[in-house]
Ligand binder design. Structure first.
Ligand SMILES: [Cu+2]
Length: 693
């Protein structure tokens, strides 16, 4: 090779090196951007252990489809898709996981017995039978069902009367059609003049329960202004109608009474007649503006983004199927279509502390001077707490790097429905030390642990409200359940002055934010150090005691008192405290929770604590446009109490300790000092996506 060829080769090599360097620099904006961090946003991985069952996992799309096919074949050709079913039709209302019996589940989990048969619970509306009824069928084994068993009588003590059935969307739509096509034409002048009604600017909200005694299906319906993009809940117009829709043939439905501004009328025809005669006092209600007070549109241009949490060394938990594992905790989560969030087989450092922790019910009871509002007692499990959790928004509803999990449900329609982003799992940095001490007496040292917790969350958007459900697992072995309320308040028309204000605050021109309660019921089936548990409540009383060293003086000394709490022995037949059938027949409880309490002994038994957390909500002006989560939170906190020999968080990775004389700026002494180096990378966050509008 002569010198000329070598020089040309060298020149070409240099040009290539410069070109590559240029491409690399320009592709990163020409700046010295740090490298990408390790992946910090674990995706939910599919379950890949075919030999091991996930006992508590929700039914998959394939399993739901298999149950539908099996039932369609078994129940005959008379079945109608629930999405189109009339009250007089037979349809499959819902299919979801039938939880396994606890004894069989524990035999499998703890003693290696074969897993119990995986089963589904199907609820069937038989509107087309001579005695219309609701039937509950257990179907199994999955994934290829071969049997079904009618469990209605064993679970409810007899047949389930048809009037207790939850509402189908078709029934609700038919009620609206009845108002629009049969009732509204009786008062065209009144509706157009007073409410600017043009055929689409009104919408309905229902009171529940639907009547005053068992067997009723008559609903007070309040009308609200309906403008696209604005929640209707803050725009009552003052008109309410009582519609009897008990008949299975909607042609026989009829409005029984009409309420307007404190007075009751036979029907809208009477209202129209009095309005035209000039004898009716009215309050004209203008249509709301799309960007008015009730709008959630931003009022300002976007500013800098809020702080972002991320895990600089990658995630410290994993999600596989429904199983969540971290260094300290493991559990399986589920999402009952009606009862909502639940976690099972909750273990701290490998030891089970709870078999089941679950939401049972969510109740709100309203007061006001209009019939629709004073009737309202919402039992939201009837509408479906799990079924209505979907579309959680990354970066708002859950921290941006959360693991988002989709679920599938089959309720109110014959096809399986995907609920994208129904549940999220994340590790929460609490911005607060779980513990810390700065020692300055004698020796000088610092020790602490940043508070963080593993959280599984879903948000039930049931009508106007959104309930944010969290189960929170802390590094000291504490297990927390919490619920925040947000969303739109429910309102009534402010028809009278002072008298109406007995029931809440004025939150709009003629809008009453109606007083109401929120109550949430949880089931806590704790198995602390085994199945046999004792319940002991301890409180403190201050007792006067003479100071031993100076008897003429008295001290007030705190002292423990012991008494027993009312909890129940766990029974398979008392698996749930509420029922989806209560909402439409609150007078005849099919399985009254009060009957669970029977003075049985609670010592050394498998116990369940039933916890109610509640708060009173007196809406105020700042509840517009939405109630904020801050201050509207309740829940429970289960803390270890002499279960461990010491605070187990001392074994939690991430503890910080350094002494006088050590350089806390060194990574080797204090891992927090590593953060500036670790955080020099760019978080590799997933792109924002949303698929639920
Ligand atoms: Cu509220």
């Amino acid at each position: 090779m002569n010198l000329k060829v070598v020089l040309v080769f060298l020149a070409l090599s240099l040009i290539t090196i410069f070109a590559l360097a240029y491409v690399l620099l320009t592709s990163r904006g020409g700046s010295n951007l740090p490298p990408r961090c390790p992946s910090v946003s674990p995706r939910a991985q599919p379950w890949t252990h075919p030999g091991q069952s996930q006992l508590f996992a929700d039914l998959s799309r394939e399993e739901l489809t298999a149950v539908m096919s099996f039932l369609t074949q078994k129940l005959g050709p008379g079945l109608v898709d629930a999405a189109q079913a009339q009250p007089s039709d037979n349809c499959i209302f819902s299919v979801e996981l039938q939880l396994p019996p606890k004894a069989a589940a524990l035999a499998h989990l703890d003693r290696g017995s074969p897993p119990p048969a995986r089963e589904a619970l199907a609820i069937v509306f038989f509107g087309g039978q001579p005695q219309p009824n609701v039937t509950e069928l257990v179907v199994g084994p999955l994934p290829q069902p071969s049997y079904m068993r009618d469990v209605t009588v064993e679970r409810h003590g007899g047949p389930l009367p048809y009037h207790r059935r939850p509402m189908l969307a078709t029934e609700s739509a038919q009620m609206w059609t009845h108002l629009k096509e049969v009732e509204f034409p009786k008062a065209p002048v009144f509706l157009a003049s007073v409410f600017n009604y043009n055929g689409s600017t009104l919408a309905a909200l229902h009171a529940t329960p639907r009547g005053l005694r068992s067997g009723d299906r008559a609903t007070w319906i309040a009308l609200y202004h309906n403008i696209s993009g604005v929640g209707i809940f803050l725009h009552p117009v003052g008109l309410e109608l009582l519609l009897d829709h008990r008949a299975l043939d909607p042609a026989h439905w009829a409005v029984q009474q009409v309420f307007y501004l404190g007075h009751y009328y036979a029907d809208l025809g009477q209202l129209e007649w009095e309005f035209k005669a000039g004898r009716l006092d009215v309050v004209r209600v203008p249509l709301p503006l799309p960007d008015g007070a009730s709008s959630l549109r931003s009022r300002v241009s976007p500013g800098p983004l809020p702080p972002l949490e991320f895990s600089p060394q990658g995630s410290r938990y994993s999600v596989q199927g429904h199983l969540v594992e971290s260094f300290l905790w493991t559990f399986t989560f589920g999402h009952g279509a009606f009862s909502g969030m639940r976690i099972f087989d909750v273990r701290f450092k490998g030891e089970r502390v709870a078999y089941e922790v679950s939401v049972q019910e969510c109740v709100s009871i309203y007061g006001a001077d209009s019939p629709k509002t004073m009737m309202t007692r919402y039992l939201d499990s009837s509408y479906g707490l799990g079924r209505h959790s979907r579309g959680l928004v990354r970066g708002v509803d859950c921290p941006y790097q959360s693991t988002m999990v989709d679920t599938h449900v089959l309720v109110g329609q014959g096809a399986v429905q995907l609920l994208p982003g129904a549940v999220c799992v994340f590790e929460e940095a609490q911005g607060l030390p779980l513990r810390r001490h700065h020692n300055q007496l004698q020796s000088h040292f610092y020790g602490g642990l940043a508070g963080s917790a593993l959280v599984v969350r879903s948000v039930s958007s049931v009508g106007n409200y959104d309930y944010i459900w969290d189960f929170v697992l802390h590094p000291n072995g504490a297990l927390e359940g919490r619920v925040h309320a947000t969303g739109y308040i429910n309102t009534a028309f402010l028809s009278r002055g002072e008298e109406s204000l007995l029931f809440g605050n004025r939150v709009g021109e003629r809008v009453l934010g109606a007083v109401h309660t929120h109550a949430f019921h949880f089931k806590l089936d704790l198995d602390v150090a085994g199945l046999k548990n004792w319940v002991v409540a301890e409180d403190v009383v201050f007792k006067p005691v003479a100071a031993p060293w100076s008897p003429e003086h008295q001290l007030q000394r705190p002292q423990l008192t012991r008494y027993q709490l009312v909890v129940t022995r766990r029974k398979e037949e008392e698996s749930q405290s509420s029922s989806i059938y209560y909402q439409n027949d609150i007078w005849t409880a099919t399985a009254a929770f009060a009957d669970f309490i029977n003075n049985e002994t609670l010592l050394g038994e498998d116990l369940v604590a039933w916890v109610t957390a509640s708060f009173l909500h007196i809406p105020h002006a700042e509840d517009v446009p939405n109630t904020v989560t801050l201050g509207n939170r309740v829940g429970f906190l289960l803390r270890p109490y002499n279960f461990f020999d010491e605070d187990p968080s001392i074994f939690s990775p991430g503890s910080v300790y350094f002494e006088r004389g050590q350089d806390a700026g060194f990574c080797s002494v204090n891992h927090v000092a590593c953060i500036p180096h670790l955080a020099a990378c760019v978080p590799d966050l997933p792109p924002f996506s949303y698929q639920d509008l």
